[in-house]
Write a protein that binds this ligand. Structure first.
Ligand SMILES: NC(=O)c1ccc[n+]([C@@H]2O[C@H](COP(=O)([O-])OP(=O)(O)OC[C@H]3O[C@@H](n4cnc5c(N)ncnc54)[C@H](O)[C@@H]3O)[C@@H](O)[C@H]2O)c1
Length: 293
């Protein structure tokens, strides 16, 4: 898609972080924006800020864990703007995991799988029938993570599992639309190249009442990127971060070329990906340094 002018872009999890930056990047290029989210305060803020920037937008409650809520978001886009040409299945959470995998609370698993995995599945089911039915080129973009899709960071097994699954789904979606000669371009967006300074590490703010953490003691103690920076500093590491606007600009550049991989890495990450491939090809026993940690 060379030109976003007049196109309608739906962004789940668009009230904060990467999704919010995508809304502005697309809006500045002339797209009409539909944000779906569950964080009322952030939704009000993004609504006001998009208006102030002169961007045509609708901000609507959408809980991605519910198929009906995704379908309602599609209908909202159609009612306001007459259709949808770009979908960003972007909403995601971090469950604040720490400790032994076998001790994790079932509610951590459920919440993370519900948002990160079912959120993408529901968006595919709600929006793909609408995208494939159009004669013009449309886009379906899934926000994944290198943690799971490319590497396996050993300290967030639930998150990693969801992002591994989400990537295989994204790749399969791409193969299916290609095989069918359908007008949808599928892309995999990887926020980075460093940890992106967003609300992801404070996802507890939107955790549903029914899935609150049990008192299992599995608290990571990390609630913000600043907490991560402090923890890294204790190990003598200066943690680098990326602003979400940079991620959105990287995504725009890729989408303008209909790229599948919306991925920017550092030389260090590239070396880890290569080491991981070598480890598999050489049948070596994994060690954390080779898999991502
Ligand atoms: N921040 C990073 O370093 C990083 C790295 C790789 C991938 N990602 C991915 O980027 C995506 C965006 O996350 P972010 O980093 O911008 O975090 P963020 O917390 O700033 O944004 C996520 C948004 O999703 C919304 N959300 C949460 N649960 C929802 C639900 N049930 N229904 C609808 N919306 C919901 C939140 O309210 C929030 O607005 C996620 O998929 C995340 O996994 C982030």
């Amino acid at each position: 898609m060379q030109d976003f002018t007049g196109k309608v872009a739906v962004i789940t999890g668009g009230a904060s972080g990467v999704g919010r930056s995508l809304a502005f990047a697309l809006g500045r290029r002339g797209a009409k924006i539909v944000v779906g989210d569950v964080d009322t305060a952030a939704m009000e803020q993004v609504d006001a800020d998009l208006r102030e920037a002169g961007i045509e937008a609708v901000v609507s409650h959408c809980d991605v864990t519910q198929l009906d809520s995704n379908i309602a978001l599609a209908e909202t886009a159609e009612a306001h703007f007459g259709g949808v040409q770009l979908v960003f299945a972007n909403a995601g959470i971090g469950a604040g995991e720490s400790g032994a995998l076998w001790d994790y609370s079932e509610k951590d698993w459920q919440w993370c799988l519900n948002v990160n995995l079912w959120g993408v599945i529901n968006a595919i089911r709600a929006f793909m029938p609408r995208l494939v039915a159009q004669s013009e080129t449309t886009h379906f973009v899934v926000t994944g993570s290198g943690n799971g899709a490319l590497l396996v960071y050993p300290d967030q097994p639930i998150y990693t599992a969801t992002k591994a699954a989400v990537h295989t789904i994204t790749e399969n979606l791409h193969y299916q639309v290609q095989a069918g000669g359908l007008p949808v371009k599928v892309s995999a967006l990887f926020p980075g190249p460093h940890i992106v300074d967003t609300g992801l590490f404070n996802s507890g703010r939107v955790r549903p009442e029914a899935l609150q953490k049990e008192s299992s003691g599995n608290e990571s103690g990390i609630n913000s990127v600043d907490d991560m920076k402090r923890m890294a500093a204790e190990f003598g590491i200066e943690l680098q971060t990326t602003h979400p606007d940079e991620v959105a600009e990287m995504a725009m550049e890729g989408l303008e070329k209909d790229a599948f991989w919306l991925l920017k890495t550092t030389p260090e990450t590239d070396a880890k990906i290569r080491a991981r491939c070598d480890m598999i090809m050489n049948r070596e026993t994994p060690v954390p340094d080779q898999v991502g940690g």
